[in-house]
Design a protein around this ligand. Structure first.
Ligand SMILES: Cc1cc2nc3c(=O)[nH]c(=O)nc-3n(C[C@H](O)[C@H](O)[C@H](O)COP(=O)(O)O)c2cc1C
Length: 372
């Protein structure tokens, strides 16, 4: 009988222990690095006798090692369909994302949920809950207008008019418009009584467990009445807390792969996550997916609200995390950058139509299209 190591294995050290984990089955064994070398020797279908000879190990010893690795699912036999039909089929689409992509997928898939019983809630809330609001108490601040303009467009109009814009006019955005966008996207809509979890805020977007772990930082160049600089949006006060005064559009643009959607925009908003606010309640890896979904929700609300207010939205995930985090002064561990959102008044062409990098389909273009 020939054997081969299972397909999706990951090795790591945790404290002083060496672990091998089967990403598919979630089984993990604390072992000696020698076991990893045995697994390595079976990187293709091989007989125990051949491997024993190669690594100069007694065949009987290796046989029992193989039997235990087999029973734990770290080795597969030829009989199991050439080392795992089930472990290889259908994974082609994941290949471009490498081991890292698969590791994220498997580690956050089928994660065990903790049932939300009174006992569990009590256990969790034994520790002090992380603050709902992040604030820079000593920072200079700009209180934004409390009266928000009603954009006054129909929902259908906004929904169908939203496009991604990368060209903007070189004119400042009105303070009231910027303020309305921040309030409607990131501000407090309401408060709820979350019992053991205390008072929590609601936004216009949903968020897993109403934890609202996401923070917004505005990098402003062209908003009338607001000095250029990097600001933290204080959700509770609806104010901007000044972190650094000056022009930071260029460094932000460089950190975003020099994209014009950021480079031309009069302001951008960087979304970050204060991880503990979410991990405090959700103590399983799947919560990482929830965090990314939450950021997508805010991104979409930002895009629709900007559209309703007559702005063109842009969004990008293509940025250098450390460079962006350094600009904001966050550590990238406790608080990590997730999404860069920009907006401005869209540039128009000679016909008065917004300049779009992907214009509507032409007859010529449609000839290339094959939708079968
Ligand atoms: C998560 C996410 C990341 C994106 N990243 C970029 C980006 O890095 N650069 C860019 O030019 N557009 C980016 N976009 C915009 C998409 O290219 C755009 O939404 C798509 O082409 C469809 O066009 P539309 O938004 O005008 O409907 C991103 C969109 C999303 C949702």
């Amino acid at each position: 009988m020939k054997y081969r190591s299972a397909k999706h294995l990951e090795c790591f050290w945790d404290a002083s222990n060496f672990f091998v984990k089967n990403l598919m089955t979630k089984a993990r064994i604390s072992t000696d690095p020698i076991a990893a070398s045995v697994l390595c020797s079976f990187s293709e279908l091989r007989f125990v006798s051949d491997v024993a000879q190669e690594i100069e190990l007694d065949e009987n010893v290796l046989d029992s090692e193989v039997a235990s690795l087999l029973s734990l699912g770290f080795l597969e036999s030829e009989e199991q369909g050439g080392a795992g039909k089930h472990t290889e089929e259908g994974f082609d689409a994941w290949v471009p994302w490498g081991k890292e992509g698969l590791s994220f997928y498997f580690s956050t898939r089928g994660a065990p949920f903790t049932e939300s019983t009174d006992e569990v809630r009590e256990e969790i809330t034994k520790d002090p809950s992380p603050p709902v609001f992040k604030e820079y108490k000593d920072a200079d601040r700009i209180f934004l207008p409390r009266h928000h303009e009603d954009p006054g467009h129909s929902y259908q109009e906004v929904l169908y008019r939203r496009r991604t814009h990368r060209d903007f006019v070189d004119a400042p955005v009105r303070r009231e418009v910027f303020s309305a966008l921040m309030a409607m996207t990131f501000g407090v809509k309401d408060f709820i009584d979350a019992q053991q979890f205390g008072a929590l805020m609601l936004r216009t977007s949903p968020a897993g467990g109403a934890r609202h772990e996401l923070e917004a930082y505005a990098v402003i160049t062209g908003v009338a009445g607001i000095a250029p600089g990097i600001y933290h949006y204080n959700v509770r006060e609806h104010s901007l807390e000044l972190l650094q005064e000056g022009e930071f559009r260029d460094p932000l643009t460089r950190a975003c792969d020099a994209q014009s959607g950021v480079g031309e925009a009069p302001f951008s908003v960087v979304l970050t996550s204060v991880v503990s606010r979410l991990s405090f309640k959700y103590r399983h890896p799947r919560a990482y997916r929830v965090m990314l979904m939450n950021s997508g929700h805010l991104g979409q609300t930002f895009a629709l609200t900007a559209t309703a207010l007559g702005l063109g939205p842009f969004q990008t995930a293509a940025f250098n995390d450390s460079a962006v985090e350094e600009l904001l002064g966050v550590d990238g561990v406790r608080e990590t950058a997730l999404y860069v959102l920009s907006a401005g008044v869209p540039a128009v062409d000679a016909n008065g139509d917004a300049v779009l990098s992907h214009p509507p389909m032409s007859l010529e273009g449609s000839r290339k299209a094959r939708f079968e």
